[in-house]
Design a protein around this ligand. Structure first.
Ligand SMILES: Cc1cc2nc3c(=O)[nH]c(=O)nc-3n(C[C@H](O)[C@H](O)[C@H](O)COP(=O)(O)O)c2cc1C
Length: 205
């Protein structure tokens, strides 16, 4: 296997036990999030925000709202991956760099904004679904980046969403989709869990 991406996919597993003495510095956190934002979003909405909880005090506050899961404090950093309710009105700003770069014509921008408005305006369920979808893609990319950098990761839904939103100052349009812990995995962690056979989950049409 000589592709680092395939290797990261093959080898990633959920980390339960972290080396609490390991730290990841803010430049490395920045790089993880930069790579996470390479993930796709609908219309390139980029409707996400990553809150890197990395001080002992902030991690303890988060752990208390996350089923007291030790990995929240033992990991070097635990991200609150937030999705933002899909909103067509942000598109001109989000697509401005592509317009300035010249490969999205200004006229197309108006078409895209209109399409996004038609899809999301007045559709709260779809706006929320898109927030979760974008955050999940971002979290997945973040975990793969962490894997490629030699760290373990843990996606988590075991937390009190409304309490986390309040404690960490999420905006009204932000949903705490999941937590992702990242840090140095201890050797005692379980191996990768076996998967269902592909034949059970693949339908060829
Ligand atoms: C949406 C989601 C929520 C999860 N929540 C938790 C959690 O709160 N705590 C935890 O220890 N693991 C959590 N996991 C990890 C899963 O248990 C794990 O991914 C699954 O058992 C497969 O194992 P693997 O990731 O090692 O392949 C979560 C995973 C996902 C995708």
């Amino acid at each position: 296997m000589n592709s680092p991406v395939l290797q990261a996919l093959e080898e990633r597993r959920t980390t339960n036990l972290y080396d609490a003495s390991h730290s990841i510095d803010d430049a490395q956190i920045h790089e993880l999030v930069r790579l996470a934002t390479k993930a796709p979003t609908s219309f390139n909405l980029q409707n996400w925000r990553f809150i890197a909880v990395r001080t002992p005090d902030a991690k303890a506050r988060l752990r208390a709202l996350a089923w007291d899961q030790a990995k929240v404090t033992d990991a070097s950093v635990t991200f609150i991956v937030c999705g933002q309710l899909a909103d067509h009105s942000v598109l001109p700003e989000r697509l401005a760099p592509a317009v300035e770069a010249g490969f999205i014509p200004p006229a197309l921008l108006a078409v895209l904004e209109g399409a996004a408005k038609g899809l999301y305006a007045g559709q709260p369920q779809l706006q929320h679904d898109e927030a979760i979808r974008s955050a999940t893609f971002g979290a997945s990319a973040l975990m793969m980046a962490a894997q490629a950098m030699g760290w373990g990761s843990t996606p988590m839904i075991g937390f009190d969403g409304p309490a986390v939103a309040q404690a960490f100052g999420l905006a009204d349009n932000e949903v705490p989709a999941l937590l992702v812990a990242v840090g140095a995995a201890l050797p005692e962690n379980w191996p990768q869990k076996p998967r269902r056979p592909v034949e059970q989950v693949l339908e060829l049409v």
